[in-house]
Design a protein around this ligand. Structure first.
Ligand SMILES: Cc1cc2nc3c(=O)[nH]c(=O)nc-3n(C[C@H](O)[C@H](O)[C@H](O)COP(=O)(O)OP(=O)(O)OC[C@H]3O[C@@H](n4cnc5c(N)ncnc54)[C@H](O)[C@@H]3O)c2cc1C
Length: 394
């Protein structure tokens, strides 16, 4: 790929494909981004916009998230108004039994150099006066930020187009073309062939289906999540709050909670938006590709929110919806080259962190394609690391 700017096709115009396209087009690469549906119409339009370190395992995952936060700060100046703010975030404890694990979580993150703090009762209720009186404490991460995910994707695409990227909606990719062991482009469902030196598959939960005809198997599964949106009206603080049990739900650890909360993997997420309403989350279930909202799950989310914010009984719900997180068995995304097919890359499997990790993912794919040094070790992200899981399907 020397001598002229490479030509790259990116499959999937969610936040990940958009970030990859933004990085590549900013570096002068000729990029064509294709999506089978409307732009940004997949999971990236069915989520909240948190850019978090607070919920990442200490070590590699937290380091990756911090890198992404720092990149996003740089990008925010270029992207215009994406409702980007940096209020930090909090994990509220449901009971005294969570105090010890919460303090251990803070210690582990601090040992890795992150500025987490454990807030005692008084400080917790001073910062979050609407919390239920029996919340014993909280965890605080000062660097966490938030944005409007729809505006983020739209801004990445607009800037990419401005830098010469071609962006095509309603253009399903039917095949990835491989010639002599190299990715040669893609074939669209209408018969159009797009020729390229490299292909990046960023198709979220649909990534395994896009790659399957090449014999590439990835254990990315749809982990459904519901959200509830309030009308504009009373708010319950301007800071973003999750419950400490969110970590347990995310990593599938044991929790002592009501049966519907346990069954649907519900944990409080309270996210005030700039528009004046708030978003409540969320749930975690393996329910296939179904995105039809389930009233029982929405009910469990509201009930859980009332446990932490009793005053919310006065709020009005506007709507609820569900999206599909691209889950991987080790909760780490898949970012890198596909072994055996030169010029073919995957950027997928970000589960509940794709908005936050889009910037670092775009940067890494850019580094692979442009043969630059990546800012962190890439082995934990490797496409080939799931041999055990995929062997079970053979
Ligand atoms: C309830 C919920 C809350 C969340 N909250 C947060 C949060 O606060 N912070 C955070 O960081 N993350 C959050 N997430 C996770 C985040 O939304 C995802 O990780 C992220 O949106 C995944 O982006 P993606 O680009 O990989 O996938 P998608 O946005 O799904 O994009 C994939 C695209 O590929 C396209 N595609 C599929 N097949 C083809 C084909 N054959 N040809 C062409 N195009 C194709 C699809 O049409 C789609 O547009 C949340 C998710 C949910 C469900």
């Amino acid at each position: 790929m020397t001598g002229r700017a490479p030509q790259v096709v990116v499959v999937g115009a969610g936040v990940i494909g958009a970030a990859v396209t933004y990085v590549l087009s900013s570096a002068g690469v000729r990029v064509t981004l294709v999506d089978r549906g409307p732009l940004g119409g997949g999971t990236s339009s069915r989520c909240d916009g948190n850019v978090l370190v607070i919920d990442k395992d200490p070590g590699y995952q937290a380091e990756m998230a911090m890198l992404s936060q720092n990149l996003l700060r740089e990008w925010a100046g270029d992207l215009g108004d994406i409702e980007y703010r940096r209020p930090g975030s909090y994990l509220a404890l449901a009971g005294e039994d969570e105090e010890e694990p919460a303090r251990a979580w803070v210690d582990a993150q601090c040992r890795e150099g992150l500025a987490f703090r454990y807030l005692e009762y008084e400080e917790t209720h001073r910062v979050m006066p609407d919390l239920a009186a029996d919340v014993p404490g909280s965890v605080y991460s000062p660097t966490d930020s938030t944005l409007n995910p729809l505006a983020y994707v739209a801004a990445l695409l607009a800037k990419s187009r401005h830098r010469g990227a071609q962006v095509r909606a309603r253009s399903p990719v039917a095949e990835i073309r491989v010639e002599q062991g190299r990715a040669a482009g893609v074939g669209l469902a209408d018969g159009t062939a797009l020729v390229a030196d490299a292909v990046v598959v960023a198709a979220g939960v649909w990534t395994p289906a896009v790659l399957a005809p090449l014999g590439v198997r990835l254990p990315i599964r749809p982990r459904r999540g519901h959200l509830v949106v309030s009308t504009k009206g009373p708010r319950y603080g301007d800071v973003k709050v999750m419950e400490f049990g969110y970590l347990m739900a995310k990593f599938g650890r044991e929790r002592v909670v009501p049966p519907d909360v346990e069954r649907f993997g519900v944990a409080l997420v309270y996210e005030p938006t700039r528009a004046g309403n708030f978003v409540l989350g969320s749930s975690r279930e393996f329910a296939g590709m179904d995105t039809e909202p389930d009233p029982a799950v929405l009910h469990a989310i509201v009930k859980r929110a009332l446990r932490f914010y009793p005053g919310m009984a006065r709020a009005t719900v506007l709507r609820g919806f569900a999206g599909l997180r691209p889950w991987t068995p080790d909760h780490v995304p898949v970012v890198g080259p596909v072994p055996g097919v030169e010029g073919l890359y995957v950027a997928a499997g970000h589960e509940g962190d794709g908005i936050g990790l889009a910037a670092v993912t775009g940067r890494l794919i850019g580094d692979f394609i442009l043969e630059r040094t990546p800012p962190l070790p890439v082995a934990p992200l490797a496409v080939g690391r799931f041999q055990e899981e995929t062997a079970e399907w053979a």
